[in-house]
Write a protein that binds this ligand. Structure first.
Ligand code: HBI
Ligand code: FE
Length: 328
């Protein structure tokens, strides 16, 4: 109890992997990204394009030098990049209007009204960061590529979303084997403007703090089947809220309409945490939630029972930091 009266950050935990308790703590993982998988590299549309690779490494360098408190580096997107964005933006427009959940559509149209979401201009991450922070207190940090699953999930606990800033190769505007700015902005960012969804995402992050490697893997699967590929029920229809569905021309129709090719089951974190998934083709299985509050309650019931840690975590909104609630 004495411990809890101190600044929560002062509570020492031994024998568990390090984790952030504040946004500032993320300084410790700044600049760390994972190597490109071999499989992804061979499959990458830009692999043989020297110009493209040069452009990627220029943007990556700027993002690698990013440190907390700085403005996110501005990228002057070139014409071929803006045109890739426009193709995706316009191709997805009728599909999102038809299949996206209402939280996404509300956030998206508010962003359009605010003038930060439009077809002929790729929004700067700093603009989106300011906008998002005003809505749900979340922050965007630029990254040059994939972050380790542990670091990625941990950051969600302190309301930080790691976002890539480069764009996919212009030869295949409707395909990317990895996250890019289009996936982040046309999939993730609008959803994080919704308080219910943001709270759900943060809950995955809180459960990941100090978790074992096995549990990180289980939570990464939960993340995949919700934040990336989640569907929900609204007004008797199945709608999309996962960013991988919302930002993909092929996946969205497959997920919602592809009745023979995929299975829908009710959101169940216990099942999701044990289910493997393909990363380079359409999902054969989707989890369907009723709403984000119910989805979060199911997640909490699962993590509090299944994710074994010798302490509890909760987010203290006033201090904007993680508190340790008990230790045993
Ligand atoms: N890194 N930049 C980035 N974007 C992601 O979506 C992402 C990641 N690292 C890991 C990851 N996703 C998933 O494997 C989940 O484990 C979180
Ligand atoms: Fe994603």
């Amino acid at each position: 109890l004495e411990n809890l009266r101190k600044s929560p950050s002062a509570v020492e935990l031994t024998g568990v992997p390090w984790f952030p308790r504040t946004q500032k703590d993320l300084e410790r993982i700044e600049g760390q990204t994972m190597q490109f998988g071999e499989e992804l590299e061979a499959d990458h549309p830009g692999f043989l394009d020297k110009e493209y690779r040069k452009r990627r490494s220029l943007i990556a360098q700027a993002d690698k030098s990013y440190r907390l408190g700085m403005k996110i580096p501005k990228v002057n997107y070139v014409q071929s990049e803006t045109s890739t964005w426009k193709t995706i933006y316009e191709t997805m427009e009728p599909l999102r209007n038809k299949h996206a959940c209402r939280e996404f559509l509300n956030a998206f149209s508010a962003m359009e009204t605010a003038g930060i979401m439009k077809a002929d201009h790729i929004p700067q991450l700093q603009t989106l960061d300011d906008y998002l922070n005003d809505r749900t207190g979340w922050r965007i940090r630029p990254v040059s590529g994939l972050v380790s699953p542990r670091n990625f999930l941990n950051a969600l606990a302190v309301k930080v979303f790691h976002s890539t800033q480069y764009i996919r190769h212009h030869d295949q505007p409707l395909y990317t084997p990895e996250p890019d700015i289009c996936h982040e902005v046309l999939g993730h960012i609008p959803m994080l403007c919704d308080p219910g969804f943001a709270a759900f995402s943060q809950e995955i992050g809180l459960a990941s703090l100090g978790a074992s490697d096995d549990d990180i893997e289980r939570l990464a699967r939960c993340y995949w089947f919700t934040v990336e590929f989640g569907l929900c029920r609204q007004d008797g229809q199945v709608k999309a809220y996962g960013a991988g569905v919302l930002s993909s021309y092929g996946e969205i129709e497959h997920a919602i309409m592809g009745s023979e090719a995929r299975t829908l089951v009710d959101w169940d974190p216990m099942v999701a945490s044990q289910t493997d998934y393909p990363i380079t083709k359409y999902q054969p299985l989707y989890f369907v939630a009723n709403n984000f509050t119910a989805a979060r309650h199911k997640l909490v019931a699962f993590t509090s029972k299944e994710i074994k840690r010798p302490f509890g975590t909760v987010f203290n909104d006033e201090r904007n930091e993680v508190s340790i609630t008990w230790q045993g």
